[in-house]
Ligand binder design. Structure first.
Ligand SMILES: [Zn+2]
Ligand SMILES: [Zn+2]
Length: 136
């Protein structure tokens, strides 16, 4: 398997595994690449922010709009997503493989965002399950 290259600084991405979820973290700038849904999965696992070893001040660029970031997997130009909740953060998403790139420190913020919503969704799902089990 070829090592992936960091879309931001061209450092090498190293595979890190947390609770059976594999992500790729840049050895240089500590940004993290998540394949489709990996970030959402990790968001629900307690303690997963340990993967985010960098500090947001170190690598988050101020002028994101002028940077063309390409997906490390399929080389598509990634689109910028703004996530505004408890924290305001920008990240990049690949329109093709749906993978996302978070700058160092952003996963911690990403985890804090929309917490209550995901708990609500989870509760709704559990309730649906209970109703399903009760139906004949
Ligand atoms: Zn990097
Ligand atoms: Zn992609």
């Amino acid at each position: 398997m070829n090592a992936l290259e960091c879309p931001r600084c061209n450092g090498l991405l190293k595979t890190v595994i947390y609770h059976n979820v594999e992500v790729d973290r840049c050895a240089r700038c500590h940004g993290i690449w998540f394949d489709s849904l990996e970030a959402e999965t990790l968001k629900t696992i307690a303690g997963s922010e340990i993967l985010d070893i960098g500090s947001v001040n170190y690598s988050a660029p101020n002028d994101l709009t002028s940077i063309d970031i390409r997906c490390p997997r399929c080389e598509e130009t990634m689109i910028q997503i703004v996530d505004i909740d408890k924290e305001r953060l920008w990240y990049e998403k690949c329109p093709d493989c749906q993978g996302i790139w978070l700058y160092a420190g952003e996963f911690t913020q990403f985890k804090r965002n929309f917490q209550s919503k995901s708990i609500k969704n989870l509760a709704a799902r559990l309730i649906n399950k209970l109703l399903f089990w009760r139906s004949p």
